[in-house]
Design a protein around this ligand. Sequence first.
Ligand code: GAL
Length: 411
Amino acid sequence: MKRRVLFVLLILAAIAAQADGKLEIFSWWAGDEGPALEALIKQYTTLYPTVQVINSTVTGGSGVNARAVLKTRMLGGDPPDSFQVHAGQELIGTWVVAERMENLTSLFTSEGWKTKFPKGLIDLLSAKGGIWSVPVNIHRSNVMWYNPARLKEWGVTAPKSWDEFLATCKTLQGKGVQAPLSLGENWTQQHLWESVALGVLGPENYAALWTGKLKFTDPRAVKVWETFGKVLEYTNKDAAGLSWQQATDRMVKGESAFNIMGDWAAGYMTTTLKLKPGEGYGWAASPGTAGTFMMLSDSFGLPKGIKNRTAAVNWLKLLGSRQGQDIFNPLKGSIAARLDSDLNKYNAYLQAAAKDWKANKIVGSLVHGAVAPESFMSQFGTVMEIYLGGKNPTAAANAAQAIATQVGIGK
Ligand code: GAL
């Protein structure tokens, strides 16, 4: 009898420990990137006041540093309670195949999410008979930002094709704008590359790169590097030392005319810099990509063996809820992943993005985890270095194809 009472007491204590206790959320949304996540955490602590949320962030755009720290922690048996990861192969090809994640299918069923998110997105999150993370947003990769007042002053408009872009940049240089396109560190160069690839190849051939139907060594794919090289001639020489925010700042200040970056830049310009979309900054699809939406989605998963599972599941429930998504996304510069968000809460840029998301062709981002195995994505930075070192399109194309073959793209 005594043992029974003790057992019940132990269970109660365990439940109590879970209902409060700590919840560690891991992401790369630090500093300037923080406000949307902080708003969501605030809502979480309103709903679960006894849980102490630890907001663990590792600075570095697109998760370049966070992924390495996460790897050490996961392999060391010290997983955070929930972590940010892109929907797609970035999670499935790593921690899902390593059997370190919980299958969230029953959560999707109990929360009614299977019909609340687009089917294509659920497919992206699914593999091996499971659904592996909860999507909080949809970001667009192929956006070109510009400074409307400066463009007017310089007498140019946002170019619609890469040829037009090169001509416009030449004109701008003639007017003393040294670097018409602002650019940042390595991953932002890869980010620019995927926009050039989409513009040069078109959506079908771009998508064919990731199924292996179009080889990187195909002359059409080599042409992407050729165009990319011409575009680079109009960028700032100190790119390698700039974060994505610093590159965006150059355009905002009018030192550069354009910046190609995902729409977290809209979040930064609206939420942090307090600029009004359409006034403080303008936008267009990156050259040659109108009618196509290159998507990516931030999501959170549930690692096995965490300390506070109840609190983590409640976190996922909030992330996937309409309320949670409509708190997070207007500040983040992304649209909701859910189909039923309240668009009145979103600014003019985001309303336009939501419209395109519905009407455009959809392709996935390489750099932000949606289309290629993680092993390809993580080695693409080396391909970029090879290109930047020799400016040889064929060498870069060969290197990309070698990695594609090695990681099994098209098999
Ligand atoms: C992306 C991520 C965005 C944003 C961006 C810059 O990979 O999906 O939410 O954080 O990196 O860091």
